[in-house]
Write a protein that binds this ligand. Structure first.
Ligand code: CTP
Ligand code: ZN
Length: 151
């Protein structure tokens, strides 16, 4: 039995988000819009040993199958993350996350004059003019940012 299996049990059905950058699991859950109040069984392991990266976080959500559209939202927070779909105890799908073409309602525009900062109910929207390195362009004020500026 490997070290990580000692820390978090395998699940029968659901989604395992693995190789999350160490310490980012709670930020990842927040971006996914998961508060825990949905009632799903969720296990979170943070800063556990990882062969590939030294340390990592893991999130296991039972009986929920997260689509790429949803999990791609975390691409700028933890790019080297793997999403595993588990059915009947087996990994039936393993995918890398990808940077989507736009992010809606996730990041905050740092421009104090941007309309998204005065209209509280307005969702932010950023286009991705470049993916490598990733850049974000605010739909509303047009400014271009690197990911660390909007988080
Ligand atoms: N997992 C789980 N429940 C299962 C099967 C797998 O929680 N029934 C978890 C494993 O603990 C692991 C992840 O899903 O964190 C991926 O499983 P697997 O592909 O078997 O592990 P690795 O080969 O180590 O994955 P990778 O190559 O992506 O590192
Ligand atoms: Zn803006």
């Amino acid at each position: 039995m490997s070290e990580k299996e000692l820390i978090v049990q395998k699940i029968v059905e659901g989604t395992v988000i693995d190789h999350i950058e160490a310490g980012k699991a709670l930020h990842v859950l927040s971006v996914l819009g998961i508060s825990g109040e949905e009632g799903k069984v969720i296990t979170i392991a943070m800063n556990v040993p990882s062969k590939k990266y030294g340390k990592k976080d893991i999130i296991k959500i039972e009986n929920a199958y997260l689509s790429p559209e949803i999990t791609n939202k975390i691409s700028l927070i933890s790019p080297h993350t793997t999403v595993n779909i588990i059915k009947n105890y087996k990994v039936v799908e393993k995918r890398a996350i990808e940077i989507p073409d736009e992010f809606v309602g996730i990041f905050k525009c740092p421009n104090p004059n941007c309309i998204t900062n005065s209209e509280e109910t307005m969702a932010t929207k950023f286009y991705v003019p470049s993916k490598n390195p990733p850049l974000l362009r605010c739909k509303y004020c047009g400014r271009i940012y690197s990911p660390n500026e909007v988080m």
